[in-house]
Write a protein that binds this ligand. Structure first.
Ligand SMILES: NC(=O)c1ccc[n+]([C@@H]2O[C@H](COP(=O)([O-])OP(=O)(O)OC[C@H]3O[C@@H](n4cnc5c(N)ncnc54)[C@H](O)[C@@H]3O)[C@@H](O)[C@H]2O)c1
Length: 336
């Protein structure tokens, strides 16, 4: 499989490093208009071929697939041109900057029978998959709500706000865990450093099953935090992506509603049930961890070779963009 990549900035080298390890990849080439970035990746990967651009990759019949690690504003236009040129595409998140463009790309990939994959790397993260197993097995009981925090100080972008830069990960994780798309989205954000780019966003998602999710993203926070709490009727769980040795902690804690027999005198005053706090063991499961990005890159190549649809396909990426699009409209309205 011959693959080319556009973009060798911050994230690009991670994709290069992993694609170079995928056995089926026979040739890998990287283009970036910034010569400094190309010199940087040549220094990191001496065997790497550099050079080429969107037009040359699109026109080269020997290139099977193109990876886009370019700024979000280029994703729609670049992906469209590459699909129209018969290339399979792995585009970094977000798929597009609005739902209409995202839908067009998904339809185009289907029509052309090409693989369109979005870099929702957490769908290939062993800890995220483990939590999904717990949820699906009913170990947490009925899921009540999820809260996510993706916070840090810095890597302030000047092309997209903190919502578009950080929240796609959390939305993709919540959709995956709950097997659903939110039916209602509300968002509030604040711009402090740049006039039209929110540094902090608080977003609330309501899922059709009655679950709620609260997403907090910021690049203006003292601590690097990558923390998700899942509260279920039986157990509660914390997924801490920053932790080295306790990525997932399961708390056998909760509040049970215990029915009170009708004939007891207290029944009338308490209603029909009593709320009882329960505290049991705390479990930190061992997780066999493969680098999620390597799993993602391998999946892209294998899906092309085997004609399989990837988990992080265009439709999945579109579901994330739909949420972001709704949230962004509310942020725009609040700034007017
Ligand atoms: N999956 C993840 O966890 C993750 C993490 C970080 C970034 N990303 C995504 O990766 C993408 C890039 O982010 P970044 O942080 O590396 O940005 P960046 O600004 O550091 O790098 C972007 C690179 O693209 C290059 N570029 C611009 N126009 C180009 C063109 N026409 N052809 C080729 N290259 C071009 C720029 O010169 C730059 O080197 C974004 O979509 C971002 O959301 C994903």
């Amino acid at each position: 499989m011959r693959i080319a990549q556009l973009g060798a900035g911050y994230w690009g080298p991670n994709l290069i490093r992993n694609f170079l390890r995928v056995p089926e990849v026979t040739s890998f080439q990287v283009g970036d208009p910034d010569e400094k970035q190309l010199a940087k990746v040549r220094g990191m990967f001496p065997q790497l071929q550099t050079g080429g651009d969107l037009q040359s990759f699109a026109a080269d019949p020997s290139i099977d697939a193109v990876v886009l690690a370019t700024p979000a504003a280029t994703h729609y236009e670049f992906t469209k041109l590459l699909l129209n040129s018969g290339k399979h595409v792995l585009v970094e998140k977000p798929l597009a900057l609005n739902a209409r463009d995202g839908r067009e790309l998904v339809d185009l990939a289907r029509e052309k029978k090409l693989i369109l994959m979005v870099g929702h790397v957490f769908l290939y993260n062993a800890a995220v998959l483990k939590v999904k197993e717990y949820i699906d097995a009913g170990d947490l009981g009925e899921i009540y709500y999820i809260t996510t925090q993706r916070l840090s100080l810095g890597r302030v972008r000047q092309d997209v706000n903190a919502l578009w830069n950080l929240a796609p990960h959390d939305i993709s994780i919540c959709n995956f865990w709950l097997d659903a798309k939110p039916e209602r989205v509300t968002a509030k954000g604040k711009c402090f450093l740049q006039p039209h780019l929110e540094d902090v966003v608080f977003m609330d998602l309501d899922y059709p099953g009655g679950q709620a999710a609260h997403v907090h993203v910021s690049w203006l926070d003292p601590n690097k935090t990558r923390r998700i709490v899942v509260v279920g009727s039986k157990r509660m769980l914390v997924y801490d992506d920053v932790s080295m040795d306790a990525k997932i902690t399961i708390y056998d804690k909760g509040v049970d509603r215990n029915a009170i027999p009708r004939d007891l005198p207290s029944a009338e005053s308490f209603g029909d049930f009593q709320l009882q706090q329960r505290e049991g063991d705390i479990i930190i499961p061992k997780i066999k961890f493969n680098e999620p990005l390597f799993v993602e890159c391998t999946e892209f190549v294998r899906c092309i070779l085997e004609g399989r649809v990837p988990k992080a396909d265009g439709e999945n990426g579109l579901a994330v963009v739909e949420v972001m699009d709704q949230a962004q409209r509310q942020l725009d309205d609040a700034r007017r």
